[in-house]
Design a protein around this ligand. Structure first.
Ligand SMILES: *Cc1c(COP(=O)(O)O)cnc(C)c1O
Length: 435
């Protein structure tokens, strides 16, 4: 396992943020989500330092679905980033902090009336409309509350980028956005700008997640700029903004390349500046929406070993006290992780094992066939790079308690979310009255 951020080997025991994991286990128990605050701040700073231009203003919007808690919102706010939400639940979490509502941007392909109302009442920064019908809904609600709101329109630009390649596809089957190839697209935009309750800022796109191919971003930028220019000329309107989404790749294992975020941001800025120059077009503000690239590597999950098993078929299992309930990604889309026996770092004796969780599912495997130091019941396992889409996709399957979240930095720990209690699990259950 590659040591990330502040991880150190202290006489055979892993230290994160200046605290031994044995200490963290004592204080908070396992399973435990640990976020290296310093590493998270470094990622934010790298993006901030790289994503600036003299030609246009820039906005960095944290895509909160990667990991969201009140404490996380405070960090985002401290560094002056904006934040997005895709549901009333995310919106509620964000609004429960002191962040200025103008910094919130609302996504989602099927916003409910209740969600739109929440956005309008709270005067959030903008709503990213998914489609033509949503424009109607938002305008109606604005009228009821006598408000005006900033909107962008999400586009499907026909570029589909996943992992290491991108595909320029003629197929347009994604559920998100309106296609730039739709013959009605000009009409759709015209209808939006004609609604006096809506202040149209410009277009949005998000071409995928875990993208390593810089060309995909450049291709996306070219398409967005050209399209914005075309619509601006066609309708004779000023379009001040484009939002090119997130999806910046993160190294999880040796199969992935390590991404220098600041460099990548600079390349994206250069691509934007060059495209604007070539097209002889001006844009006032460009936004990006990094999620995973800010939190993935900062997060690790600490587990305790409960037992070991060698099956009749020869598979060696290490059973940990969490699993698919705190990290669904391996089961959901075969995501790969690295791990280490965190209290036996100097133990040279390694064996090939499979890390399995405690859920009643054969697919509840965190890492299949990995080399780990020989370990016993009570030892500690760290799985690294679990900071994105781990906690946010966690579940109570088998009535597992969601683990606590702790931020660590310079020898200090900050409890961000408490471990759930058994009472939490049944607090919404009611008993049948007559049975
Ligand atoms: C998920 C999402 C993001 C963030 O993607 P990451 O891969 O976490 O950077 C940004 N924008 C939109 C619209 C998204 O749905």
């Amino acid at each position: 396992m590659k040591y990330l951020g502040s991880m150190k080997n202290k006489d055979g025991v892993l230290e994160i943020g200046g605290i031994l994991v044995t200490q963290l286990k004592k204080e908070f128990g396992t399973p435990l989500y640990i976020y290296d605050l310093d590493l998270m701040e470094k990622k934010i700073k790298a993006i901030k330092e790289g994503f600036i231009s003299e030609k246009f203003k820039t906005t960095i919007v944290y895509a909160s679905k990667a990991y969201l808690s009140k404490g996380m919102v405070q960090i985002i706010d401290k560094f002056g980033l904006d934040i997005d939400a895709v549901s009333a639940g995310e919106l509620h979490t964000i609004l429960s902090t002191k962040i200025d509502a103008k910094k919130i941007h609302m996504h989602g392909n099927n916003k409910s009336l209740e969600e739109i109302e929440l956005c309008v009442k709270n005067n959030i920064g903008s709503i990213i409309l998914d489609n033509r019908f949503e424009a109607e809904k938002v305008a109606k609600i604005c009228k009821i509350f006598d408000k005006k709101i900033n909107v962008m329109l999400r586009l499907n630009i026909g570029i589909d980028a996943h992992t290491h390649e991108y595909i320029k596809t003629a197929k347009h089957t994604s559920k998100f956005g309106e296609s730039i190839f739709d013959k009605d697209i000009i009409k759709i935009v015209k209808e939006i700008i004609e609604k006096e309750e809506l202040n149209f800022l410009g277009f949005h796109c998000h071409i995928g997640s875990q993208i390593f191919d810089e060309l995909a971003f450049c291709e996306g930028i070219k398409t967005m700029v050209k399209f914005t220019k075309e619509i601006s000329q066609n309708l004779n309107i000023n379009i001040p903004e484009i939002n090119i989404g997130g999806g910046f790749g993160v190294r999880y294992t040796d199969d992935d390349t390590d991404v220098d975020l600041k460099k990548l941001m600079k390349k994206i800025i250069t691509s934007l500046e060059e495209t604007l120059e070539t097209e002889n077009f001006k844009i006032e503000n460009v936004s990006i929406e990094p999620g995973r690239s800010i939190v993935a590597q900062a997060g690790s999950t600490l587990y305790s070993v409960g037992g070991l098993k060698k099956t009749f078929g020869g598979e060696k299992y290490i059973f940990i006290d969490g699993g698919m309930t705190d990290n669904i990604r391996p089961a959901l889309y075969n995501a790969k992780y690295e791990s280490i026996v965190a209290n036996k770092l100097n133990n040279e004796k390694k064996e090939c094992v499979t890390l399995a969780g405690k859920c009643c599912e054969s697919g509840d495997i965190i890492i299949k066939d990995t080399k780990l130091s020989k370990c016993d019941e009570g030892d500690l396992i760290i799985v690294s790079c679990t900071g994105a889409y781990g906690h946010s996709m966690s579940s109570n399957y088998n009535k597992a308690l969601k683990p606590p979240v702790v931020f660590v930095k310079n020898g200090k720990s900050y409890l961000i979310s408490k471990r759930e209690t058994y009472e939490d699990l049944i607090k919404n259950d009611l008993l049948l009255e007559d049975i």
